[in-house]
Each structure stands twice: as C-alpha cells, then as structure tokens.
Design a protein around this ligand. Sequence first.
Ligand code: SF4
Ligand code: SF4
Length: 286
Amino acid sequence: MTNNRRDFLQKASVALPIVAATAATAAELTNDNFQPEEFWRDRMTPPDDGKKLGWFVDSRRCIGCHACEVSCKSENDVPLGNFIRQTFYQDVGEYPKVARMFMPMSCQHCEDAPCIKACPCGALHKTTGGTVAVDYESCCGHGSCVDACPYGAIYLDPVAKQAVKCHNCYHRTELGEGEPGDDSESELGSGLGGGEAMEPACVPTCPAEALYFGDLNDPESKITKAMDAAKEAEGELSQLRPEKETRPRMWFAGVALPIVEKVIPTEGESFKGESYDIYRWKEASK
Ligand code: SF4
Ligand code: SF4
C-alpha cells in the first residue's frame, strides 16, 4: 500500500459515519436473554491449560477473495445459505477516488461471551485455550445465542436445529501439542488424534496471509509476532464493537474495521449470503 492510498483510506474512514459507542452497554442490550450467573459461571471459565487462543486479522492484506469462507464451509460441512465465516465489503469515497474495503469475520471467541450467558441448555462453553464451543449433547436449538451474539457469528442448522459457530477447527488444532502452524514435530499421542497440530482451515487457505490463529501467551507464536509487527507499523490494533464489553479474542490491523462495521450483522442476525447481493452493496455504500 502506498502512502497516498493509505492517506486516502484514512480520510475516508474519518468522513464516513462510524458506528459510535452508545451509552447502552452489552448488559443493557441483552440482559433479558441472560441466564442467572450461577448457571453459566463454570462454562465461562476456560480450562487451566496455560493457553490463550486468539485471532489476528490483517485487514490491510485481505483482497476479498472469499477463499477462507469456502475452505471453512468445506471443512465444516456448512449448508448453502449459512456461514461460519464471512468476508464483508464496503465501498468508500466518491468517483474517481474510490476503494473497496474488506473485513473477514467469524466468532470473536469473546472472554465475556454473551452467547454463553444466554444459552438456556448449558451447551455453549469454553474449552481449550478459551475457545467458545457448542456441546451437541446439550444444544436444544432455540436460538437464544443468536439473539445475544453482537457479531452475527452463530446460525441454527436448518436440519439438525442446533447452533453452529466457529470452534477454532478443534479437530485440526487439537491433533497434537505443537503450536498450530509450527512445522516442527509434535509430540505423538498427546492430542486427540496423536498427530501434528494444524491451523484452522481458513488460515493456510488465505492467499494473502491475512489470517493468524494461535496462542497469544506464547511470545514465539506466529500470531504474537505478526501482531507485534503490525503494532510497530500501525500503533494499537483494533477490536470490533468494544462498546459491547465482550472482550473479543480477535484483533484487526488497518482502517477497514470502522468503515465495514456497519454492514456486519448484530444481535438476532447471522452471517447470510445476501451480503453479496449487489443491491445491498449499493445500499450499504450510501
Ligand atoms: S462472537 Fe458471538 S458466538 Fe462468538 S463468543 Fe462472542 S458472543 Fe459467542
Ligand atoms: S482468504 Fe484471505 S484474502 Fe481472501 S477473503 Fe479470506 S482473509 Fe481475505
């Protein structure tokens, strides 16, 4: 990105209406959905495994190709019309000075997760490294989590009638004890399958190297190094909808976040295929 392009995007970011933090907190917005604390307190507590799994999205690099979505759908058998991960667009500027911004999105694996607080069946819980996951023995599929999630990151499977969301591809990342993305040999027999840990499917699929996943407690992990480099270049990283007080485990670099935020679904919505409808782009770009 040249300096000129960066200047233009930064000016566009200031000129566009940003979804401002309102006086309403997450608690005020969703309190009606929440279960009593004693019902979810244990499920909100991650196992004491010393790991802090999280995501870094370098939206400066995203080219909006949707390869991450396709690999996610393929890996997790996501049906047509539903998404675990989606890349949102927003056009900015006036012709001839225009640009299209991209925001790859998925579950934020919130530390203070409203979906866990709202789940009446005890199905949503924290697992390895703080990953927020669904227990399919318990999920009764009545969708309180969809109503509570401020990022549109859960859908109800149309056939199974159960909640579906990003689970950090645990069938890949928990294969062994090695750091996901670490090529060195993992300790055999130590994980679910006794093999080498792999990254979530979207990460190695991304041709732009915009997605990073790993242990934020490990100073040598790829994600920590990428975040450090981005902070050095750009200053503090951003998070989505901090006014919701969910403490997301996803950080973004680049100016796309405040620009694209207004087209990302919120409480009661899920990522949907209509986001790609050209009339919606036009509408969203006004
Ligand atoms: S982003 Fe939504 S689904 Fe993911 S942990 Fe937060 S509230 Fe739950
Ligand atoms: S695969 Fe990478 S470049 Fe393509 S949309 Fe996803 S994050 Fe962006």
